[in-house]
Design a protein around this ligand. Structure first.
Ligand SMILES: CC(=O)SCCNC(=O)CCNC(=O)[C@H](O)C(C)(C)COP(=O)(O)OP(=O)(O)OC[C@H]1O[C@@H](n2cnc3c(N)ncnc32)[C@H](O)[C@@H]1OP(=O)(O)O
Length: 469
């Protein structure tokens, strides 16, 4: 079964073209008897979402600070939805690798984007699912009756990450700061050793195990017997589909970014790169050297980017004359072993959120699943297709089953579009929304894995008013 699955993915490279699926909404969506009942009493809707172009780190955004990217996403959102900033009650914003000068980056970005001082903002972090957490925290705040209108989003800026002095150097500097006399300072300085100067570089790694995400993905691929060729084929599929979506003008969630003090306007993602499979086959292992199968081309790349979205009660959207794109129907978070199951969040979250919503795999018209690594996606698909895995690890009687891969990440994914960690959740949600309109679907499922062995699943439903892209 698993090998059939992988053959299907390979076939998709040539068989499925996103351009074959251009269709305006024809399905009559009725709210009279919704299949998934509203649980909040508020019918919470996703009005729209935007993002800056996602760029390879170290390219055009390299001299910025992260709150500047977040600011642009917030400005772009308010411009696109035409909602006055004063209407927003609260902002929940995600980031993973924190810029120390702007620790509550949600607040700094909001102020820079011209939100009134009176709009509170807080920053959340949940690794790669931080902006999913922003959205679902917003759902909670609305459901609790605290607020009606929330902005959620996230930013990641890998072009400049905090590099710390060594612990010994930090300790010396802190003690020197407190030393009362020049003699005390001199005594401290005499304890200095050259190795104190070795910096602490941040790594995209698990704190509990010390293992990088890439290393873990390589081990995961090996344990699910996902071959290098299968990973490379999946990577080519992702880049090919993203390129088609880009060329067809489907990536309308992007708001152009004019670089400060420059006339240069960034309008497109710059990591999409369709390469021949034999070129990918020549790349060396990036993490498990020399024999690993995860390479630079079948991994998501280090990315700079920001996203933002607007959610509110349906009643408020009506009052404001807005046409929301989605109902935010249900969600769940999962957590498992951060060593051997670090990147299996979608496998765990999918059946749980489907059951919560009373849906099955076959009810889902649009799948948007975070592609951390091709090997991680293929391992998840194999796990989802395995009764043995479901029984042994998930305490379930049988497997969840394989999604229809012709509905899977059809505009590419994090491998090709990029993965600015905390911004990805909103990108997944807005792509789901826009695909549901173009592909005339009703339900979408969003799933992602995250550091810490955590994951998210979200069920969304196309709103009957969702026509505009
Ligand atoms: C829950 C989660 O999301 S976990 C995931 C978290 N994210 C991560 O862990 C990030 C993982 N990615 C990375 O760390 C980095 O992108 C790496 C280590 C994989 C690669 O980094 P780098 O080595 O700097 O990549 P770089 O862009 O230089 O590419 C290396 C080579 O591959 C080539 N390459 C990269 N992508 C492609 C492609 N799509 N097609 C063909 N060649 C490619 C490059 O041209 C380069 O070739 P060269 O050495 O001949 O110049």
């Amino acid at each position: 079964m698993a090998s059939n699955l992988l053959k299907n993915i390979v076939k998709l490279d040539t068989r499925v073209s996103v351009s074959q699926n251009v269709c305006l909404p024809i399905r009559c969506l009725s709210t009279a008897s919704p299949r998934v009942k509203d649980k909040t009493g508020k019918n919470i809707v996703f009005v729209d979402g935007v993002r800056t172009p996602f760029l390879l780190s170290g390219t055009d955004y390299a001299s910025l600070m992260p709150h500047q990217l977040a600011k642009e996403a917030l400005i772009g959102l308010m411009r696109k939805t035409n909602v006055p900033r004063e209407v927003v009650d609260y902002i929940v914003y995600g980031t993973v690798i924190q810029e120390v000068k702007t620790s509550n980056i949600g607040r700094e970005a909001a102020l820079a984007a011209g939100f009134p001082n009176s709009v509170p903002a807080h920053t959340v972090t949940m690794a790669c699912i931080s902006s999913n957490q922003g959205i679902t925290t917003g759902i909670g705040l609305i459901a609790a009756g605290a607020y009606d209108v929330i902005v959620a989003g996230g930013v990641e800026f890998m072009s400049d990450v905090p590099i710390r002095h060594s612990r010994k150097m930090r300790s010396l500097l802190l003690r020197a700061n407190k030393a009362k006399t020049p003699l005390d300072k001199l005594k401290l300085l005499s304890t200095f050793r050259p190795d104190f100067l070795l910096p602490e570089l941040p790594a995209v790694a698990e704190f509990s195990s010390g293992e990088t995400m890439g290393f873990s993905a390589d081990r995961l691929a090996a344990s699910f017997k996902v071959s290098r060729e299968e990973q490379d084929q999946y990577a080519v599929r992702s880049h090919t589909m993203a390129k088609e979506a880009q060329d067809n003008g489907y990536l309308t969630d992007i708001v152009p970014f004019r670089l400060p003090n420059s006339s240069k306007v960034i309008e497109k993602d710059n990591g999409i790169r369709v390469s021949p499979i034999d070129k990918l086959a020549k790349l060396k292992a990036a993490f498990v050297k020399p024999h690993g199968t995860v390479t630079a081309a079948n991994s998501s790349f280090l990315t700079d980017g920001a996203s933002a979205c607007l959610i509110m009660t349906e009643e408020k959207a009506k009052q404001l004359g807005l046409k929301p794109k989605l109902y935010l129907r249900d969600f769940t978070y999962v957590a498992q072993d951060p060593i051997d199951q670090l990147l299996l969040g979608p496998t765990y979250a999918t059946p749980k959120v489907l059951e919560k919503a009373g849906l099955s795999v076959n009810d889902i018209d649009v799948w948007e699943v975070h592609e951390a690594f091709a090997g991680q996606i293929l391992a998840n698909l194999k796990a989802m297709d395995s009764d043995w895995f479901a029984q042994k690890y998930m305490n379930r009687k049988s497997k969840v089953g394989i999604p229809d891969l012709s509905k899977w990440n059809k505009w590419g994914g994090s491998l090709s579009i990029g993965h600015p960690f905390a911004a990805t959740g909103v990108r997944l949600t807005v792509h789901t929304a826009n695909r549901l309109v173009r592909e005339d679907g009703q339900f979408g499922l969003i799933a992602a894995c995250a550091a810490g062995g955590q994951g998210v699943g979200m069920i969304v439903e196309r709103h009957p008013d969702a026509t505009a892209l």
